[in-house]
Design a protein around this ligand. Structure first.
Ligand SMILES: [Zn+2]
Length: 283
């Protein structure tokens, strides 16, 4: 089965060059400002694509979807495309599961307010997924955000990658640690996401092909081509014990919010919380 993977079209789906394949997947940020009209135009466009099956999720920009997922699901069903939100679809024996949630960043849609909530959230992911579709990346994999920082004197130990005008450019991994832990457990054939435009690319760890499918680059231009990959029947690489380099990610997502105080469940999952995240490895 050939999967065509795209993401982060931010309203410019009509201009995307979409290759042929069996299943077309969009992993969120259909819109720039979350408007209903753009979401519905996207769904119509998706339905018109020649691929036999079409699957999509929402992203942090898609605010209208957050409060209207029932309407979106009904429209999608009517047009014969699959909208996934903490839900599955099985096509020719391949199990797809999708979720729009990302770690909290300002006041966007589908936010996980802290590490505890993220751990709880990703526990609902089934164990038998073949293709995982999330909007955000897991920690340590295709998740490096490039930040322009004015504080040139601030030496916070971050990974400086250059200086542009008066700005210092910093590369920082912003993926979700709890998602990385859960993906290692589930080990799908493919995990497709977007969200961090400048981290577009593909890497294989263990048995999983990770794809950041952002069509737009950091400047919000449609610069990145779609990925086409095979699942089910694909020769999978052997899982070797030295495939992973483990690295404790220093995330500080905990807040004082009530819903983020450690719960019994979170305490039970402490092993997962302290589990190291994947770090950069040459593929
Ligand atoms: Zn985006």
């Amino acid at each position: 089965m050939q999967l065509v993977l795209i993401s982060d079209t931010h309203g410019q789906h009509q201009s995307v060059d979409v290759p042929a394949g069996d299943v077309l997947i969009h992993s969120g940020d259909l819109t720039l400002d979350g408007e209903r009209e753009v979401v519905l135009d996207f769904v119509s466009w998706l339905a018109e694509q020649p691929h036999k099956h079409k699957i999509f999720i929402a992203g942090n920009h898609d605010r209208w979807v957050q409060d209207n997922s029932d309407e979106l699901m009904a429209v999608s069903r009517q047009l014969g495309v699959h909208y996934l939100q903490e839900s599955s679809v099985k096509i020719d024996g391949v199990h797809f599961w999708g979720s729009p949630y990302t770690p909290e960043y300002m006041n966007w849609a589908f936010m996980l307010p802290c590490e505890n909530s993220a751990v709880r959230h990703w526990q609902q992911m089934p164990d038998d997924i073949d293709v995982l579709i999330t909007h955000g990346p897991p920690a340590g994999i295709l998740d490096n955000l490039v930040i322009a920082d004015r504080e040139l004197d601030d030496n916070s130990g971050e990974n400086e990658i250059g200086v542009q005008s008066e700005y210092r450019l910093i590369s920082r991994g912003v993926g979700c640690s709890a998602l990385a832990s859960r993906v290692l457990q589930v080990a799908p054939q493919c995990h497709v996401f977007g969200h961090i435009h400048e981290a577009y690319g593909s890497q294989t760890f263990g048995r999983t092909r990770f794809v950041n499918a952002s069509c737009m680059n950091r400047e919000y231009s449609l610069a990145n081509p779609a990925h086409v990959i095979s699942v089910n029947g694909l020769e999978l690489p052997e899982l070797s014990s030295n495939t992973f380099v483990l690295n404790k990610k220093q995330d500080n997502l905990a807040t004082e919010r009530n819903d983020c105080k450690p719960s019994v469940l979170a305490a039970e999952l402490e092993g997962d919380l302290s589990q190291p995240a994947l770090s950069e490895i040459a593929s």
